[in-house]
Design a protein around this ligand. Structure first.
Ligand SMILES: *Cc1c(COP(=O)(O)O)cnc(C)c1O
Length: 360
């Protein structure tokens, strides 16, 4: 059985990297490939994005997998390390480390190997997740910059709501970062994808895009297509049954959808066992044979019903696109109360993977 399948288009990744380059021509580019390259495959994504200047991952295991695959780029551990042993491993594998807390500052100070580490000191300008608070930043900076283990020092912060262009919070974060770091003469980094797209002031020496590289717009009012981004992941399956229903008939578990008229329902081989959310509501969009239709009733583990009453020629074998080419994951995610990031990350291993668009 060759479905469901998830297609990863490496040419789209390369195209999207070009979009970032055009938006931030003077910045170096750290490509976020954490969470298995946002579900696209860690190694394949890194190879397709080899024009990036560096990669960013969340966990040391992800970085070591990249090294094992022969990726020689700088790799930043975006959250830093959480033990002296991991710090030694990071140095041994030439991984850059974020320093986001005084625990990590202390670890760095007691690390013996001189000039062995590139460090990105993170300042918390309002996200209140990770990072040194502005009032303690001078102290952290002076301790880190005097640590013999540090070879290169950069500073970074992370934006909390860069996708909202009218929210003054981002301006306050930018100002706080500038105030704390302006006089240091260090390379600086602020922008995630939404920062790259929406906040030219945030495109400093380094940008750190993730989601846009995978062809997804983080901006609520600007589509990926308008930005020149192409979706890199498409989740597909096929229709395996078609049923005729009378008015009043119900479909699936909990009888969660009821025919308001004489209807036709197509049963697609996809479900939450494949990563398609069980919480997908009635009416959520899906493409059947390239035309839009809507989810009917509860998504089950292996099967999903689609109302195709208005597409009378749909038959067994017809292709179904859950998201990707022709149906932006942003739209599908919005209908289930989440963001494209989550749907990309949650496709399960039983879905057959197909990789296209490799550079010749
Ligand atoms: C994941 C991540 C990014 C990329 O964010 P996107 O919204 O996917 O562009 C940038 N910086 C940090 C610190 C991250 O963890």
């Amino acid at each position: 059985m060759d479905f469901p399948s998830v297609t990863i288009d490496l040419a789209a990744l390369r195209n999207n990297l070009g979009v970032v380059r055009r938006l931030a021509p003077d910045s170096r580019l750290l490509a976020a490939v954490k969470a298995d390259g946002y579900g696209h495959g860690l190694i394949e994504s890194a190879r397709a994005l080899s024009d990036a200047d560096a990669f960013g991952v969340a966990r040391i295991g992800e970085a070591l997998a990249l090294r094992e695959a022969g990726v020689a780029h700088p790799i930043l551990l975006l959250e830093g390390v959480f033990s002296a042993q991991d710090l030694a491993e990071a140095a041994a594998f030439h991984l850059d480390v974020a320093v986001c807390s005084f625990e990590q500052v202390a670890m760095l100070e007691s690390f013996a190997a001189p000039r062995s580490l590139a460090v990105w000191l993170k300042i918390d300008t309002g996200m209140n997740r990770l990072g040194i608070s502005p009032d303690r930043f001078v102290d952290a900076h002076s301790r880190v910059s005097r640590s013999p283990a540090v070879r290169t020092l950069r500073v970074m912060t992370h934006l909390a709501c860069a996708e909202r262009l009218d929210d003054p919070f981002t301006s306050r974060q930018l100002a706080a970062f500038d105030e704390a770091t302006r006089s240091l003469g260090l390379e600086r980094s602020i922008a995630n994808s939404a920062g790259v797209i929406g906040w030219p002031q945030a495109r400093l020496e380094w940008v750190r895009p993730g989601i846009m590289l995978y062809g997804v717009s983080p901006m609520p009012h600007t589509s990926a297509a308008e930005l020149g981004l192409r979706p890199a992941m498409t989740l597909r399956t096929r229709v395996i049954a078609v049923r005729a229903l009378r008015e009043g008939d119900s479909v699936g578990y909990g009888c969660a959808w009821r025919a308001q008229r004489k209807s036709r329902v197509a049963i697609a081989a996809i479900g939450y066992g494949d990563g398609y959310p069980r919480t997908m509501p009635n009416g959520a969009p899906v493409l059947v044979g390239g035309r839009e239709a809507s989810i009917a009733g509860r998504v089950s583990m292996d099967l999903t019903a689609i109302d195709v009453t208005d597409l009378p020629d749909v038959a067994v074998g017809e292709e179904v696109v859950l998201f990707g080419a022709g149906l932006p994951v942003e739209r599908v995610a919005a209908s289930v109360g989440t963001i494209g990031y989550e749907l990309l990350c949650r496709v399960t291993p039983r879905v057959r993977r197909e990789v296209i668009g490799a550079a010749s």
